[in-house]
Design a binder for this molecule. Structure first.
Ligand code: MRU
Length: 333
């Protein structure tokens, strides 16, 4: 299947259908969520994950609530309480709240249009970002910002897919992304399906690859970008940006306008989700550390804008992001 064809979220008569990302790459299995509570649980347990994908799923969840005659205010609160960091979730719920049609047909139409628009957006920002990449480059990415994390095509992976469509030969280094392994399980799966050469590495291996001259660019996605360009993304992104700066490797962020939170002046206000310590210490049912050892598991970190060479959005690119540069390109969402 081509990189662009995969859509991990669907509407079906029985509810919202999700490609179960917890099972990849071993099994391609779809899960149908037949109630708002089931949709919320699928977002919380990461059956579906990635900032744009959870926003689109929540929009379908609101259509499901209307179809089932559930209270829309309660449905919105349930979906909003799932994961705090990705602003796309709250943006999508806001679009639903503002819809002039609050019936099932109207909300479904809206969810479908947000979904389609996301894929179009990703193709636009992907083509834009791909202009920065040249044949022969090694490119590192972190987490999964591909079709699975969006309505389809992907943001950071959209840049790599677009480069491949432009005939550029890249080699992608995929950071495995502790603790949930979105790089190993999801990004490697997407790149393999698309036939893009890649190598899986542990997160701590990238610095030595850069020191050996194997990597010429870093491209990642985002969960929330503050007005000054500070960017929250999967934990480990900040250390990748620091390592890239040390080696003079340009660090790029690809994200739609719906990932910007212009109400936050800088990254200090971005809420960072903390997930269960078991995601860190559990190793196939075995505990990797003593029972008494405290474990910290923040799911995201914030990369200061100063470490970002450029942000790629559907409205254009933002070179060396500052508040003024972000406002010029993103303006009002
Ligand atoms: O915890 P996750 O897997 O939902 O985190 C996802 C990421 O951090 C992605 O990089 C981000 O959402 C961008 S997706 C296009």
């Amino acid at each position: 299947m081509s990189a662009g064809a995969l859509r991990p979220i669907e509407w079906a008569d029985g509810g919202v259908r999700l490609l179960d990302q917890r099972l990849l790459p071993a099994r391609e299995q779809w899960l149908t969520c037949a109630s708002v509570d089931a949709v919320a649980e699928a977002i919380r347990n990461m059956t579906v994950r990635g900032a744009p994908a959870i926003g689109i799923t929540a929009a379908y969840g609101m259509a499901l609530a209307a179809k089932r005659g559930e209270d829309l205010g309660a449905a919105r609160r349930t979906l909003a309480a799932t994961r705090p960091t990705a602003v796309n979730l709250f943006w999508a719920l806001e679009q639903c709240a503002r819809s002039p049609r609050q019936d099932a047909g109207g909300l479904l139409e809206l969810a479908r249009s947000l979904h389609d628009a996301d894929v179009t957006t990703n193709r636009t920002l992907g083509a834009l970002g791909a202009r920065r990449l040249e044949s022969g480059m090694g490119v590192v990415t972190h987490c999964n910002a591909g079709a699975l994390a969006t309505g389809g095509y992907g943001t950071a992976l959209g840049v790599l897919f677009a480069a491949a469509e432009q005939g550029k030969q890249l080699h992608v280094y995929v950071e495995e992304t502790r603790p949930r392994l979105q790089g190993a399980r999801l990004t490697a799966w997407e790149l393999a399906r698309a036939g893009i050469p890649h190598t899986l590495v542990c997160d701590g291996m990238t610095a030595s690859l850069m020191a050996r001259g194997k990597i010429q660019a870093a491209v990642v996605g985002a969960d929330r970008i503050a007005a000054n360009g500070d960017t929250a993304n999967k934990i480990g992104t900040y250390s990748l940006a620091v390592v890239a700066r040390h080696h003079g490797v340009p660090f790029y962020v690809a994200a739609p306008k719906s990932t910007f939170d212009l109400a936050l002046p800088d990254g200090r206000g971005i809420p960072i989700e903390e997930r269960s310590p078991s995601e860190v210490f559990d190793w196939g049912g075995e505990r990797t550390c003593p029972e008494a050892t405290p474990v910290y598991n923040p799911a995201f970190d914030v990369t200061p804008a100063a470490l970002i060479r450029a942000l790629f959005t559907e409205a254009g690119e933002i070179e060396s992001p500052t508040a003024a540069a972000v406002a010029r390109v993103v303006g009002e969402r």
